[in-house]
Design a binder for this molecule. Structure first.
Ligand SMILES: C[S@@+](CC[C@H](N)C(=O)[O-])C[C@H]1O[C@@H](n2cnc3c(N)ncnc32)[C@H](O)[C@@H]1O
Length: 279
């Protein structure tokens, strides 16, 4: 379905006038793609979509969730997890406490990946894990920690690469069974995270567009991957400022593999190990 800039603007204005959500600074390309899908799936025109949004608050909430993309997986992009394990996390291992924030954590797989890694490194106990997302439904899934096996078989391969494999020595293999961290039940078609991983994280609904630091404290690591890719340049800079202001000195920001800091904040970070360190 063809969507013009006027349709996008009308959508943004309607949502903004009826709620706290503001998509003004989301990238046009991504909004266009998501809106087209919503219209097609619901057999709607832009006009009828806006009418429904005005009439039904629950429908508005649903559309907001459909606009944001929730794709994620356990140990997504294994190379960055190797870098976290061998280059980045060791920098903080002598601190009494490591504070980690995952903004845009979606259904939690990234948070579980981090906790598994920390546990293998003996750092989980002294770490505090904070995770946020604009979408409250995905946070409920994260709190449960149960995923469909059928759609997520790739988790096992990623686990092998990151946790069992050693990128510096292909002959070494760490013997860590999946069952240490999650149950795989093929008959019931699920992968269920173990209690050890469910109790630790503090989840909170948080909008990077308008909310301040959600936990009111400084972080050693901020892992925000595949979120700012949906924002325009202005909003990306606003978010970089939020991160910069709330990272400890020498603290580290990890972005997605296709995300970079351009513009005024580039000089405030040093790029190293595929990550950004606050100068
Ligand atoms: C593609 S997922 C990324 C999940 C995970 N970080 C990863 O890389 O696997 C993007 C997430 O960003 C969230 N998001 C989008 N806009 C947001 C905003 N303004 N504030 C907070 N989270 C947002 C979405 O709800 C979604 O869960």
């Amino acid at each position: 379905m063809e969507i013009g800039s006027q349709d996008i603007q009308a959508f943004i204005n309607t949502v903004k006038s009826l709620s706290d959500y503001d998509f003004t600074d989301y990238s046009d390309k991504s909004l266009k793609r998501r809106l087209s899908k919503i219209l097609l799936d619901g057999n709607l025109t832009t006009g009828s979509l806006l009418e429904k949004i005005k009439e039904d608050k629950a429908f508005l909430e649903k559309i907001v969730k459909d606009i944001t993309v929730n794709t994620t997986e356990l140990f997504r992009d294994p190379a960055i997890w190797h870098s976290l394990r061998y280059d980045i996390l060791p920098l903080y291992q002598n601190q009494p406490c490591i504070n980690i924030w995952h903004p845009g954590c979606s259904t939690g797989q990234e948070v579980f990946s981090m906790m598994i890694l920390l546990n293998e490194m003996g750092l989980l106990q002294k770490s505090r894990i904070f995770a946020t997302d604009i979408n409250g439904d995905v946070l409920d899934v994260a709190r449960e920690g149960v995923y469909k096996y059928r759609f997520n078989k790739s988790y096992l391969g990623n686990f092998d690469t990151v946790i069992r494999g050693n990128p510096h020595d292909s002959n070494t293999c760490f013997d860590v069974p999946y069952s240490k961290y999650f149950h795989v039940d093929k008959t019931r078609d699920n992968i269920r995270m173990k209690k050890l991983l469910l109790e630790k994280p503090v989840y909170k609904k948080h909008d990077l567009v308008r909310d301040p630091n959600p936990f009111g404290q400084m972080y050693d690591l901020i892992i925000c991957r595949n979120v700012i890719i949906y924002f325009n340049y202005e909003l990306q800079n606003k978010v970089f400022k939020l991160f910069l202001d709330n990272l400890t000195r020498g603290g580290c920001l990890v972005l997605g593999v296709h995300e970079t800091i351009l513009g005024p904040f580039a000089t405030r970070f040093e790029k190293k190990y595929q990550a950004y360190f606050k100068k």
